[in-house]
Design a protein around this ligand. Structure first.
Ligand SMILES: Cc1cc2nc3c(=O)[nH]c(=O)nc-3n(C[C@H](O)[C@H](O)[C@H](O)COP(=O)(O)OP(=O)(O)OC[C@H]3O[C@@H](n4cnc5c(N)ncnc54)[C@H](O)[C@@H]3O)c2cc1C
Length: 523
């Protein structure tokens, strides 16, 4: 076998997967048909859940240093300020990163690529996948190198992180149903002044569509995203000057643009692959699903596909888990993609529809409903959970099990991301950020209000970390806030989602869960 995992595509998704495999000492190869890293900003919003994953990977400080934190989003309708979504306030108890980090896709790729070197991996540029044959126990991949010559590589597994026009998907015969939208987007990186609330996202709704202003690094630097006015849609020669009149008509005549460093137009589609896996080949990121950029979810979803698959693939490659564990990738990630497609599609249709009635609804009703809703803390919290992707859960996955007995209405439940808590992890000791204590290369067992077992008793050697939460006033208050009952226990998968939970830790039930659900080969 030439490599354990061949990763096709070095966009954000492929780079994240390579990092997750590299830090688990898996022999991976990552290729890309381009000559070098992309210089285009493209996606811009990094969501809180991605930042939590970056923290585990040791790159969050670099990302925060390069990016700009947008702690709120402002809604404008027909030039009037209508409402503010207070991201910082809404996410204060949910995550250490209660904002959208504005950091271009090129910078995200750069940081991920730099980290890759720490695992002894680097991208093989100018290398294109052109053929794929699945054999018993391996995949024969044909690669075209920089000189045009082809060679065959035997890989145990192939990860198709090769974007919307995925070769892995096409060569695997997986269909990609969906449709293009009729609208054409434009993107412009500008230096501009106007009514925009500085350092926050500004959404301008108007009868013919919407414009989004994202704050970028530096003063008065804004990424503007919008749909082209109908009259410009079928023209090939559209430049930034052509869209300025429509921008002024709703962002106000006070809008002045000093310069535009990048302008691009693109037509977007909404599609989802009919399967995310064909035997030894997987699809992740844009290769598996593409949707409207409303909500800045695309890049984040790809990164999290890679985070979901990475630990599973590593366990299987290392012979520590049965390959059936990999079945859970599609089962868990496809519903996430479908939900995202549906919500972004509905949101997108509402904000771009050309019909006069929709235009009226947009500037009158939508703006008022949002203004009303965003004054409600419970709605703010739910909206933050969706946008930040901290609310993603896998409750119906085979890997999610509750032993029962937890009172109704308690949270979190099996399949949920375990909440971000501050706890005293030893009697009289300091209060700790639990997420800083979790090790995402292992399973983490959180034992609350009951004696913790020893590692030897559980027979999991170094693959498990145990976190004991003693009863104390501060812990009681923090657990009550998160609606976690005592006593209780939560066995977290490496990606921080709850695999098994219950009241009193039952070692036999836990051993059964590990071997029957996770397919772990116990030592
Ligand atoms: C103009 C534009 C603006 C966007 N704006 C936003 C935004 O604001 N917010 C948002 O969330 N998303 C946005 N997106 C979408 C976002 O860029 C994607 O969701 C993200 O790039 C997906 O990452 P990926 O790694 O899955 O795929 P990609 O970034 O597409 O990377 C795929 C890689 O695979 C390589 N590749 C392809 N075929 C082969 C092959 N046969 N062999 C070897 N290598 C191959 C390609 O060269 C490429 O580097 C935008 C996209 C575009 C085009």
């Amino acid at each position: 076998m030439d490599t354990d995992v061949l990763i096709v595509g070095a966009g954000p998704t492929g780079l994240m997967l390579a990092n997750q495999l590299g830090r688990r000492h898996v022999r991976a190869t990552i290729i890309d048909r381009h000559a070098g890293p992309s210089r285009e900003t493209r996606a811009l919003g990094v969501q809180a859940r991605t930042l939590e994953i970056y923290a585990q990977l040791g790159i969050v400080d670099r990302a925060l240093e390069l990016g700009k934190r947008a702690t709120g989003a402002n809604l404008w309708a027909q030039g009037r300020w209508m409402a503010r979504v207070p991201l910082g306030e809404a996410g204060r108890h949910i995550t250490a990163y209660p904002y959208v980090l504005i950091l271009g896709q090129d910078d995200n790729e750069k940081i991920l690529d730099e980290r890759l070197r720490d695992w002894g991996l680097s991208v093989q540029w100018n290398t294109e996948l052109v053929g794929l044959v699945q054999q018993f126990g391996s995949v024969a991949a044909t690669l075209k190198g920089p000189d045009g010559a082809t060679r065959t590589m035997a890989a145990a597994w192939v990860a198709g992180c090769d974007g919307a026009r995925s070769s892995v998907r096409a060569l695997s015969g997986i269909t990609f149903p969906g449709a293009p939208y009729e609208h054409v987007f434009f993107i412009a990186d500008t230096e501009a002044r106007g009514s925009m609330v500085p350092d926050e996202v500004n959404v301008y709704l108007w009868r013919q569509g919407f414009h989004l202003f994202f704050p970028m690094r530096g003063t008065n630097h804004w990424r503007i995203v919008g749909i082209l006015p109908e009259a410009l849609r079928n023209r090939d020669d559209v430049n930034f000057d052509a869209v300025i009149p429509s921008l002024r008509s709703e962002a106000g005549s006070g809008l002045t643009v000093k310069s535009c460093s990048w302008f691009s137009t693109y037509r977007i589609q909404h599609r989802s692959a009919s399967h995310f896996r064909d035997r030894r080949c997987f699809l992740l990121g844009d290769a598996a699903h593409i949707h409207s950029p409303v909500g800045a979810q695309g890049m984040n979803t790809g990164l999290q596909d890679a985070y979901n698959l990475g630990w599973k693939l590593a366990l299987v490659v290392k012979g520590r888990a049965d390959p059936t564990l990999l079945d859970s990738y599609e089962k868990e990630r496809m519903p996430v993609a479908h939900r995202l497609l549906n919500t972004t599609d509905r949101g997108f249709k509402l904000v771009v529809s050309d019909s006069p009635l929709a235009g009226l609804l947009r500037v009158r009703l939508l703006a008022r409903v949002m203004a009303f809703a965003m004054n409600r803390p419970s709605i703010q919290g739910r909206a933050f959970g969706v946008i930040s992707q901290t609310g993603i859960r896998y409750r119906s996955s085979r890997l999610s099990q509750s032993l029962g007995g937890l009172p109704d209405g308690t949270r979190p439940r099996e399949g949920d991301r375990f909440p971000w808590l501050h706890l005293r992890l030893e009697a009289g000791g300091p209060v700790r950020d639990l997420f800083e204590r979790l090790d995402d290369t292992r399973l983490n067992l959180i034992v609350i209000g009951q004696p913790a077992p020893s590692m030897v008793e559980l027979g999991l050697d170094s693959f498990l970390r145990i976190h004991s939460v003693p009863t104390d006033r501060l812990n009681d208050a923090e657990l009550a806030r998160a609606r976690i009952p005592q006593p209780s226990f939560y066995l977290l998968r490496p990606d921080g989602h709850i695999g098994l939970c219950g009241v009193l830790l039952d070692k036999a039930a836990m051993a059964r869960y590990l071997s029957e659900r996770l397919g772990l080969k116990m030592s």
